[in-house]
Every structure is written in C-alpha cells, then in structure tokens.
Design a protein. Structure first.
Ligand code: NDP
Length: 337
C-alpha cells in the first residue's frame, strides 16, 4: 500500500508518501458487517487530494490520516462480499485505498459498473467518474452556456478540462484552451477539437494572449487553475460573462498565494463568478452517465488517459499533477481485471 507520511504546507513530494508491505488476509468480511473485500484495478490521481494532506478539518473532506493508506476514487473487483448488493466478480467504483486489496465497510457511496466492452473500465475514474462529472455539472449548471458563445478553459488537456472543451464544442461554442506544453496544445487542437489553444508557459503577458484569442471577449471562463490566469481572464470577460471556479491548481502552496487584482471587473461587467463542488449536483449523475457514455460510443467525444503501471508508480504520478507531467487523466493501473 501507499501510506501518507504526515501533513505538508508545500507542493507534494514523493517522499510525503511511502510504499509499505502489509499482510492483509484475503478472508471474507465478518458476517453481518455488510463489507466487501475488493481487488483494486485502477486508482485515480486527483489534485483535490493535495487538500487532504493539510491538517485542516474544516473542509468538505477530512484530511488523510498519517501512517494509513491514501484513499481516492478507484475501480475495483469484488472478491468477497457480505453485502447483498454486491457479489464476487462485480466491478465497482467509488472510494478505495491506495493498496492492492481493500476492505470497504462503507458501501453506500459505491456504484456498480455495468460491464460494457465499448467503454474501458478505467474511464469510471475519468470520463465517467468524478472528473467527467465535474466538467458536465460545472459547464451546464454553472456556466449557463448558449450556442455561439466564446469559452476559455485552463488546464484544458487535463481530466476535467478536456471534457469541458468538448462539451462546449457540442453546444456550438467557440473554445480556446490553455495548457503547459506544446504536446498538450497539439492534442487540444488536433485531437480534442478545440478551436484554438496556447501554451501559457510561453506567454509573457497572459492578458495580451487572451486578447489575441478573444478579440471580442470571453463569455465563459472555466477556471481550473486560479492565480495569474484568473486575473488575466477577469480583464477579458464580456459583460454578463460567467466564471466557473472549479479549481486552483496553481495555488497549492499556501505560503505563496498569488493576489487577484482585477475583481472590480465583476461589477463593471456584471460578471457572475461562482465556485462549485461537483458533489452539489449528484442528482444529475444518471443523466450525465447516459449522455456522456452515448457521446463517447457515438464517437462525438474522445478521452485521453495517462496510465501509469503499478501501485509503486502512484506517488510520482500524483506529484506529477502539480508539475504538469500528466497528459490527460492520470490513472494508475494496479492490476488487470
Ligand atoms: P488535471 O488532469 O488537469 O491535472 C492537473 C493539471 O494542472 C496539470 O497537468 C497541469 O497542466 C496543471 N497545473 C499544475 N500546476 C499548475 C500551475 N501552477 N499553474 C497552472 N496549471 C497548473 O487535473 P483535473 O482535471 O483532475 O483537475 C483540474 C482542476 O479541477 C483542479 O484544480 C482540481 O482541483 C479541480 N477540480 C474541482 C472539482 C470541483 O468539484 N470543484 C472536482 C474535480 C477537480 P498544464 O500542463 O496545463 O499546466
């Protein structure tokens, strides 16, 4: 298993986690426990997990416990079950441990996966999992999009951003994405169907870059990064524009926050800026699953994964999120189904 060593203030490092051997007996769960024993197949690396590495209990999710395995979204196969809703051989997705096998006692938040040859199992932590749902709920519920609008997405090639851009294209919008390398910019333009994309690391002046790509302004900014990009976007929003504040991945070091100077534009341009959590919209999950699975099966969208092999690769893959190493959704393959 991969354990969490202790609370941190800075960007995560591999040494904040430790690979450990443990002797979990693969016995059936005790009778009456309603628990299931699962073999973990895919684990998701997500930026929000950084928040759980702080000793702060006032957030929407509790911190990790030092010495224990990290936990996150995964896809797992049921090995033993004391729960009538699950039987050995079922595939499930939900919270699991960063370990090869997990005993899951709280099964109420799990979702059983209906096997479908056309959809890779790992997509249930990406396209059809929490990041895909974040894109869907954030774009349709928070951004209030209309056909023909001008949409800007940051961290656009990532787990959330790549779907936001494609949903915006399906909605008839003009879409520009920013990302941190030439490879990612090429993907956005040539594989993910964005109208334009740019490498923000090569732009000396983000305001000038946004003016170049949006000479008439931005209707919707789907913000995954915060910081300087948010400040520049505020200068380029149209009147009645919307900013969905999804994430602030550039602000992971609380000792060095980046100031936002252009908030006055919220007033002068009557911009609606709204933070959201995907978990506020879970009633939409069935509709999301149906819509997005169908788009995928009909070839209307694609989804790029960055698959690392083996549990031991998980710490480096997680740390890589904060340095832009992942190209697409970062997943760890722990075992083959
Ligand atoms: P990604 O797959 O996009 O991975 C993170 C990416 O962020 C990196 O690849 C990198 O891409 C970019 N990045 C890292 N550091 C910086 C930096 N300093 N400045 C700018 N970009 C940086 O992650 P997700 O798609 O899973 O998540 C995107 C955002 O959405 C995150 O902020 C996350 O916390 C948030 N989120 C919010 C949810 C909600 O309910 N509100 C739910 C899920 C996610 P690049 O090479 O382009 O720099």
């Amino acid at each position: 298993k991969v354990t969490f060593k202790g609370y941190i203030d800075d960007i995560p490092k591999e040494t904040d986690m430790e690979l450990k051997l443990s002797n979990l007996e693969l016995n059936p769960p005790p009778q009456g426990s309603a628990a299931i024993l699962v073999k973990n197949l895919y684990l998701s690396c997500d930026p929000y997990m950084r928040g759980r590495m702080r000793d702060f209990h006032g957030s929407y999710i509790p911190p990790f416990v030092p010495g224990q395995a990290l936990e996150g979204f995964g896809v797992s196969k049921v090995i033993h079950s004391d729960n009538p809703n699950y039987k050995p051989g079922d595939f499930i997705t939900g919270f699991t441990g960063w370990e090869e096998y997990s005993l899951i006692k709280r099964t109420d938040q799990l979702r059983k996966i209906e096997p479908d040859d056309r959809i890779p199992l790992s997509f249930h932590v990406g396209l059809l999992g929490m990041p895909g749902f974040t894109a869907y709920a954030g774009f349709f519920e928070v951004c209030s999009p209309s056909k023909g609008e001008y949409v800007f997405v940051s961290a656009a090639s990532g787990a959330v951003g790549q779907l936001v851009g494609q949903l915006a294209k399906l909605q008839g919008c003009y879409v520009v994405g920013s990302a941190g390398s030439k490879e990612k910019v090429d993907l956005l333009k040539n594989k993910l169907g964005f109208d334009e994309a740019f490498n923000y690391k090569e732009e000396l002046d983000l305001n000038a870059a946004l003016q170049r790509y949006f000479p008439h302004g931005i209707d919707i900014y789907f913000d995954n990064v915060g910081g300087n990009m948010l400040d520049a976007a505020l200068l380029n929003m149209k009147i009645h524009g919307r900013i969905a504040v999804c994430g602030m991945v550039s602000q992971q070091n609380p000792s060095k926050p980046i100031g936002i100077y252009n908030l006055f534009n919220l007033i002068s341009r009557r911009i609606r800026m709204q933070g959201f959590l995907q978990s506020d919209y879970l009633n939409l999950y069935p509709r999301f699953l149906e819509d997005v699975s169908n788009y995928y099966k009909q070839g209307k969208i694609v989804y790029i994964e960055d698959m690392n092999e083996g549990l031991e690769s998980a710490p480096a893959a997680f740390v890589g999120l904060f340095h832009g190493k992942n190209v697409g959704k970062q997943v760890i393959r722990v075992a083959h189904g």
